[in-house]
Design a protein around this ligand. Structure first.
Ligand SMILES: C[C@](O)(CO)[C@H](O)COP(=O)(O)OP(=O)(O)OC[C@H]1O[C@@H](n2ccc(N)nc2=O)[C@H](O)[C@@H]1O
Ligand SMILES: Nc1ncnc2c1ncn2[C@@H]1O[C@H](COP(=O)(O)OP(=O)(O)OP(=O)(O)O)[C@@H](O)[C@H]1O
Length: 300
């Protein structure tokens, strides 16, 4: 968490970086480079990190404030800004603030979303003019989950998550529990007992109710806090793991029902209630900025 709150003003432009949920996840193969071929369904929720950007004239890319456990040079926002600068020969720089709301290592894709928001926001603020395809190409080397956040549409994902087909899904309310443990994505994908040869399914199988997450058995065995959260949540409906965890979630017909369940939580568990969104809040912010920029150009 940074010291100063991120607020929109003349100098700082503030953008959302939403979480994602994997509504199902099958591991259907392993590539020669060790990465795993997946089938997954991504949907966003309206719970977001908040990023602030202040354009600099001197070409420097700087993180403003600290992010515990993440050096500035390793920060995905800084790496994303540098990747965009290099790809476009842009001479501008930026100060970046991140107000962290999403837990790190929780399977909500917060770091990936921060990277995607940085690419999309700076492409607008720097005026580098890349289209979505070009931004998604820049996104993938930053992380397997970054392209879906750049595209900003709920999607059926294949490959390592880069082959994306937009989908329209119901948008329920979710209760998301955040067990107090961090799960390493790499540790799950290298676990000897991980199922790596699931039979591929079709989107229709998912909509008919096939919502298996192949990482679940391994994560349940290795992380008792995740198992406890799943067991408690199961009383309200189908309790699922997002990505490789640690977060788990269940869908509710309305906000009130999700909040009622949340109020009965056992002591010592974190979590939140959020709405599922097929369109990322990032795209709404981009539309606002595009309107502002075109009205400024219209006035000039
Ligand atoms: C599990 C998911 O969250 C599902 O959306 C993603 O596939 C993970 O995406 P991510 O966190 O952006 O993952 P990356 O940062 O690219 O990879 C972290 C590590 O997980 C392993 N990894 C990741 C994705 C994948 N399809 N196969 C893998 O084997 C690799 O060892 C990699 O070193
Ligand atoms: N801006 C950032 N925010 C969060 N994590 C970052 C950031 N930059 C780098 N990282 C690193 O990325 C790791 C993964 O963070 P992230 O929040 O995306 O995990 P996750 O929710 O488990 O994601 P996934 O579902 O993609 O596995 C963190 O543990 C951290 O070391």
């Amino acid at each position: 968490m940074i010291d100063e709150a991120v607020t929109d003003n003349d100098a700082w432009s503030v953008w959302p970086a939403p979480a994602k949920l994997n509504l199902m996840l099958r591991v259907v193969g392993r590539r020669a480079d060790g990465y795993h071929e997946l089938q997954t369904v991504f949907q966003f929720v309206d719970r977001c990190d908040r990023l602030g950007f202040r354009v600099r004239d001197d070409g420097e890319v700087r993180r403003d404030g600290a992010l515990p456990g993440v050096d500035a040079e390793a920060d995905l926002t800084v790496r994303a800004a540098r990747a965009l600068r290099a790809a476009t020969d842009c001479s501008l720089g930026v100060d970046i603030r991140c107000e962290k709301v999403l837990p790190m290592g929780g399977g909500l894709g917060g770091g990936s979303s921060d990277a995607a928001t940085t690419l999309v926001a700076l492409n607008a603020l720097w005026g580098t003019g890349l289209d979505t395809e070009a931004l998604a190409r820049l996104a993938l080397p930053l992380g397997a989950d970054v392209p879906v956040f750049v595209r900003g549409q709920a999607a059926w994902g294949e490959g390592v998550g880069e082959r994306l087909t937009p989908v329209e899904l119901p948008e329920p309310w979710f209760l998301v529990l955040v067990p107090r443990c961090s799960v390493s994505t790499q540790a799950v994908f290298t676990h000897p007992r991980l199922t790596r040869d699931s039979k591929p399914i079709k989107l229709a199988d998912f909509t008919d109710g096939d919502v298996v997450n192949d990482c679940l058995p391994v994560v349940r065995d290795e992380y008792p806090a995740v198992a406890d959260a799943l067991d408690w949540l199961s009383q309200w409906g189908e309790a699922r793991l997002t990505g490789t965890g640690a977060c788990v979630f269940a869908a509710f017909a309305g906000r009130d029902q999700a909040l009622a369940a949340w109020e009965q939580r056992p002591a010592g568990i974190d979590g939140f209630v959020a709405r599922g969104c097929n369109r990322s809040p990032l795209l709404d912010r981009l539309a606002d900025i595009d309107t502002q920029l075109s009205s400024r150009h219209g006035q000039a």
